[in-house]
Design a protein around this ligand. Structure first.
Ligand code: NDP
Length: 408
């Protein structure tokens, strides 16, 4: 039915590609292309051995729009899934516009030299996608991605008005290293070392962004089936689109759990300049410290066999239904070892790669369609929620008493 071109061959790609192959009645042709072809071949071999499905592989530089257009034409792809890095979002979007096919990604564009997390440059391509008669679906991972769909589901089915959203991301996995990141170290460390930010309406009813120092706001939250974890306020990209698309919102925040070992290492690395994203000269060679650090740290794809424990990511949503206060907690719990057994990757890659496949499936089947650039919450959430249950990310809803907190 659909011929998909997947770009990037890291941990997220491993899961997304395996899951596309598990849905081969939808994805009848799969091509996996990345900078290092041997990584694509390793994923193809895993899929052939596990599922008996053949996929094609290719080498591509995703920064080269014309080369991507050529590959789209050569493979006759109907849609492109970008699971490379956020640096490649714009060139890959341009390639999809030129070829007239849908584009799907999991992370908003970042320029390598400026740690700015915003949709501005991607939203600006709305007209180009409309003119090309096709669509872009932005942020089809877990957060952003499933968290946006949880909010859309609540808006469409559970509430008349949503007033407050807290997105709560807990990874209680233990990989046994003193310090490692669960997805691309450069992208992960840029995100968590940035200033925190949340959005709320002031007394005059005007929405404003409140900035905090990194890791300034922390509270303890009792995550169902995981336990109590320190959760820190961060800025996260889905806040930007949810503020636009969830009507009546008064406050939205994002929290992520971190262990003390991670935070201590991060602080030390920051203090000695290892998280710098600008070039420095070392023995006559120009290097970017955070990129050098990435070379030293464990490859996130290698954490799979060592990681034990669970993730719990979800949204606490407060608002009104039939004139009464309502509060629900929608979340998914995922087990690192079960994810590895099924796909060869740990739960952070799994929770991103499965929704990347489902978003691609929604577009391939025409269940989510349109012309222009879209975020996840702009579509009917129900079919996506149904697929989460079928594809390995079942969700649960707890009806909380108004005012009830899991804070401890
Ligand atoms: P990895 O670093 O493991 O993989 C990235 C892949 O992209 C590598 O195979 C890399 O190639 C390839 N790549 C990088 N640059 C290029 C290029 N110019 N041309 C072609 N290929 C390129 O990252 P992850 O798998 O951990 O993450 C993938 C994406 O998922 C990231 O954008 C990340 O931000 C996003 N993400 C989203 C989440 C969500 O919930 N929404 C959560 C976690 C991640 P090479 O092998 O040669 O280095």
């Amino acid at each position: 039915m659909a011929n998909i071109l997947i770009i990037g061959a890291g941990g997220v790609s491993q899961v997304a590609t395996v899951k596309c192959a598990m849905n081969s009645e939808v994805f009848t042709n799969i091509t996996l292309a990345s900078r290092t072809k041997s990584k694509c071949d390793a994923i193809a071999k895993f899929i052939k051995e596990r599922l008996g499905v053949e996929i094609s592989t290719a080498k591509i530089d995703a920064d080269d729009t014309d080369a991507v257009v050529e590959l789209i034409k050569k493979t006759k792809a109907d849609l492109l899934l970008n699971v490379a890095l956020p640096y490649q979002d714009l060139t890959l979007m341009d390639a999809c516009v030129k070829a007239g096919i849908p584009y799907i990604d999991t992370a908003n564009y970042e320029h390598p030299d400026t740690a700015k997390f915003e949709y501005k440059l991607q939203w600006a391509k709305d007209g180009e996608f409309k003119n090309a008669n096709t669509m872009a679906l932005l942020g089809s991972g877990f957060d952003p991605g499933v968290t946006n769909v949880f909010c859309a589901y609540a808006q469409q089915n559970l509430f008349d008005e949503i007033h407050e959203i807290d997105i709560l991301d807990c990874n209680a996995g233990d990989h046994g290293y003193a310090f490692a990141t669960n997805f691309n170290p450069e992208i992960n460390l840029r995100e968590v070392s940035a200033k925190g930010r949340y959005w709320q309406k002031n007394d005059k009813g005007v929405g404003e962004w409140i900035e905090t120092e990194p890791m300034q706001i922390m509270f303890k939250w009792d995550y169902p089936r995981v336990g109590v974890k320190d959760s820190y306020l961060l800025y996260h990209e889905e806040l930007e689109s949810l503020v636009k698309n969830i009507k009546g919102l008064k406050r939205i925040r994002f929290f992520m759990t971190f262990g003390q070992s991670y935070l201590t290492h991060m602080k030390c690395l920051e203090n000695v300049g290892m998280l710098r994203i600008d070039e420095v000269e070392h023995n006559g060679v120009k290097i970017v410290p955070i990129q050098f650090l990435k070379t030293l740290l464990p490859d996130p794809a290698s954490l799979g066999p060592r990681t034990k424990g669970k993730t719990n990511i979800g949204c606490v949503i407060r608002g009104l239904k039939d004139g009464l206060e309502r509060q629900v907690y929608i979340y998914n719990v995922c087990d690192h070892e079960a994810c590895f057994a099924e796909t060869g990757a740990q739960a952070v890659s799994y929770t991103t790669g499965v929704p990347a496949m489902i978003g691609s499936m929604m577009v391939a089947k025409g269940i989510w369609s349109g012309k222009g650039v879209f975020n996840m919450e702009q579509f009917d959430a129900k079919p996506f929620m149904d697929e989460l249950n079928k594809q390995g990310l079942p969700w649960e809803i707890i009806e909380m008493k108004p005012g009830q907190r899991y804070e401890v």
